[in-house]
Design a protein around this ligand. Structure first.
Ligand SMILES: NC(=O)c1ccc[n+]([C@@H]2O[C@H](COP(=O)([O-])OP(=O)(O)OC[C@H]3O[C@@H](n4cnc5c(N)ncnc54)[C@H](OP(=O)(O)O)[C@@H]3O)[C@@H](O)[C@H]2O)c1
Length: 232
């Protein structure tokens, strides 16, 4: 398992980033039930792995959907190490100020929003503005670069499916950790939401190493090249 963390620790020069996405899913590719419940998709070892990833990164990034649905703490509690900065991508400013991850615990807290959005955030919460496309999307590469400019070079994009899929589609993920739990949810939120392809030759084919986490749970460590395809 130690090998899985090596790529995250490689030295980076100023302005460079390393972005890792993570998703915990069922055998049938669901990250949550139809009611949005996702906390116990994966087991205890997967949680330890997630906390280790947090401890190795400068910032943990979630979409506003996850922040609102789960009210996650996004701190490091199950392994040694410091909690990373917490970043919520909230283009339209719908994240409530009293949400847990914005509360002051001496860790940096940042909100990424569309350029030109009004509205103050609680004292100490940093606001990063990123240009917004006509479809309301913030380019993942622009988010990554803006965070790198803030000294946050190693990013864990922790969810949800929508946010991870946007980074994946944009070729802005270096690695993706997919933890597959031996359960079938049957319906609910899919892990990936990408544009349709008609030919399997167009499927993304990352370089993959699989690790058993015990109890039938498997971690797929997927390496992507900068363009989102398989590495050379
Ligand atoms: N199993 C797991 O590993 C896991 C992990 C995390 C979360 N979850 C579950 O996933 C669910 C929430 O996930 P989700 O996919 O619905 O939402 P999400 O990815 O957490 O948030 C999506 C929202 O974030 C904003 N956003 C993110 N990136 C953006 C970008 N590049 N440009 C513009 N807007 C961007 C948009 O906000 P607006 O809608 O305001 O435009 C978008 O609708 C919850 O049920 C949670 O429990 C599961």
């Amino acid at each position: 398992m130690g090998r899985v963390y090596g790529p995250l620790l490689e030295p980076l020069s100023a302005g460079q980033s390393r972005v890792i996405g993570q998703l915990g899913q069922s055998l049938d590719g669901r990250v949550a039930t139809v009611t949005g419940q996702s906390r116990d998709v994966n087991g205890a070892v997967a949680f330890v792995h997630l906390h280790r990833l947090r401890a190795l990164c400068d910032a943990v990034v979630v979409g506003v959907g996850t922040a609102v649905a789960d009210n996650p703490r996004l701190t490091v509690r199950l392994v040694e190490g410091s909690s990373p900065a917490r970043v919520v991508i909230d283009p339209k400013g719908r994240l409530p100020d009293d949400i847990g991850c914005l509360q002051d615990d001496d860790v940096r807290r940042l909100v990424v929003r569309a350029e030109g959005q009004d509205g103050a955030r609680p004292k100490g919460v940093e606001v990063i503005e990123v240009p917004c496309g006509p479809d309301g999307a913030l380019a993942p590469a622009a988010i990554r670069d803006a965070l790198a400019a803030e000294g946050l070079q190693r990013l864990l994009v922790e969810g949800g499916a929508n946010t991870v899929s946007r980074f994946l589609q944009a070729g802005a993920l270096d690695r993706l950790h997919v933890m597959v739990a031996p359960i079938v949810i049957g319906s609910g939120l899919s892990a990936f939401d990408l544009p349709p392809i008609s030919a399997l030759s167009d499927a993304l084919r990352p370089e993959v190493t699989a690790y058993s986490l015990g109890d039938g749970e498997v971690l797929y460590d997927c390496a992507f090249a900068a363009d989102g395809a398989s590495p050379a």
